[in-house]
Design a binder for this molecule. Structure first.
Ligand code: ACO
Length: 368
């Protein structure tokens, strides 16, 4: 049994292409003023033709491994929290496993919409604390730009693409995730969903014609739900960690809407200088929003080892959750691991494995 699961590595990756509110105003009936005042978003990143949920996840993961100074073959598990997986199956986590060369890791996707990263962080922590696993990679990655209806001004203005990743490792020193809450209410599932493409409504000419493969959302209902649960979940998780809200150095909320975040801060009586906000530049990147905001908070010197940080999120499902973390940073080590260096080798390994499978198939076929 391990006592704590520390966050020892972090990394993010966002596409280069920026889509501003003015750009959006050229494709739907909206304007910069409306989007800024109702959401706080100024611009978002959009994946290029060669970028996918897995490719962004891979970039973020390699950066996180580099900070943690951990080789990919030392990982025991990869969890990708995503609302825009590459396929229904295989899991995006398996594509990441292959392309980072995590030869000894299990891999699965976690579907809890924007709350997914918090769920994954908790599952990873409990697996480490139970002593079952040692090193776990938790990723939030999205290319939601591929799932929004670019004719629907109620949704297309909100979302953006990107990925963030944490490495978790066991340690005896107090730190890492101290408490978490995970909640759901499926009775609100219809408020935010992609109706078609699953087994309930398999893709057909009719589902495509009706636009049922796009994100559908009741914005004002989601807004009301989010403003309520963000406060409740944060209060609960802070209490579960035996802390007061005053002990929380930084609140990193899911980056969905500036007004939701401000309402949560008011409800918690926390001043906005203790709240991390970067949705103005990225929009809502769903599962990736919390790890991306964390990476930027560290970069800006707003999150340091020893600090208490609270994460809180909500999303489709409906789901919501929160976590309190005592921030750690990488474990000291004399070695210097550079996972990016082995990318070519890892790709060759993947090609080699496919080749072997083909040769085996041929031999097997002949033997029949
Ligand atoms: N540009 C201009 N006008 C618009 C736009 C737009 N992009 N979108 C809507 N409007 C209009 C509406 O048509 C409406 O006009 P009307 O009064 O003439 O009917 C008016 O603006 C107000 O519309 P509302 O929907 O009431 O606007 P609201 O203030 O609620 O803002 C928004 C809409 C931004 C979507 C907000 O409800 C919201 O952020 N909700 C939460 C959504 C969210 O966080 N979703 C992600 C969840 S996480 C996940 O799991 C993916």
């Amino acid at each position: 049994m391990n006592h704590y699961a520390h966050i020892t590595g972090w990394g993010m990756s966002v596409p280069e292409k920026i889509l501003t509110n003015d750009d959006l105003a050229k494709i739907v009936d909206t304007n910069d003023g409306w989007i800024r005042s109702r959401t706080g978003i100024y611009e978002r990143r959009i994946a290029g033709p060669d970028q996918t949920t897995a490719s962004l996840a891979i970039e973020a993961s390699l950066r996180a491994l580099s900070v943690a100074n951990l080789r990919s073959d030392e990982l025991d598990l990869i969890i990708v929290a995503t609302s825009s997986p590459e396929y229904l199956f295989p899991a995006t986590a398996c594509l990441v496993q292959d392309q980072i060369g995590a030869t000894k890791a299990g891999a699965f996707d976690l579907s809890a919409a924007c709350t997914g990263f918090i769920y994954a962080l908790n599952i990873a922590t409990q697996s480490i604390r139970s002593g079952t696993l040692e090193n776990v990679l938790v990723i939030g990655s999205e290319t939601l730009s591929r799932l929004v209806n670019w004719k629907d001004r109620g949704t297309c203005i909100l979302f953006g693409d990107g990925a963030g990743a944490f490495v978790l490792q066991p340690g005896e020193e107090p730190g890492g995730l101290l408490s978490a809450v995970m909640r759901s209410d499926g009775s609100g599932g219809d408020l935010l969903c992609i109706p078609a493409g699953g087994s309930r409504f398999p893709t057909s000419a009719t589902t495509v014609q009706d636009g049922l493969h796009f994100i559908q959302m009741n914005g004002s209902e989601v807004f009301r739900f989010a403003s309520r649960v963000m406060v409740q979940a944060t209060q609960e998780v802070v209490e579960a960690a035996h802390l007061d809200l005053d002990d929380v150095n930084l609140l990193i909320p899911h980056q969905a809407n500036q007004r939701i975040i401000e309402s949560a801060a008011r409800g918690l009586d926390i001043s906005m200088d203790r709240v991390m906000v970067n949705l103005d530049r990225y929009g809502n990147t769903s599962t990736a929003s919390i790890p991306i905001a964390t990476c930027e908070a560290i970069e800006q010197g707003r999150l340091k080892p020893g600090d208490h940080v609270a994460f809180v999120g909500f999303g489709a499902g409906l789901t919501w959750g929160a976590a309190v973390v005592k921030w750690s940073g990488p474990f000291p080590s004399p070695r210097k691991v550079q996972p990016q260096r082995y990318r070519r080798l890892v790709r060759l390994r993947s090609i080699f494995l496919r080749l072997i499978r083909q040769i085996e198939g041929l031999i097997w076929g002949r033997g029949k």
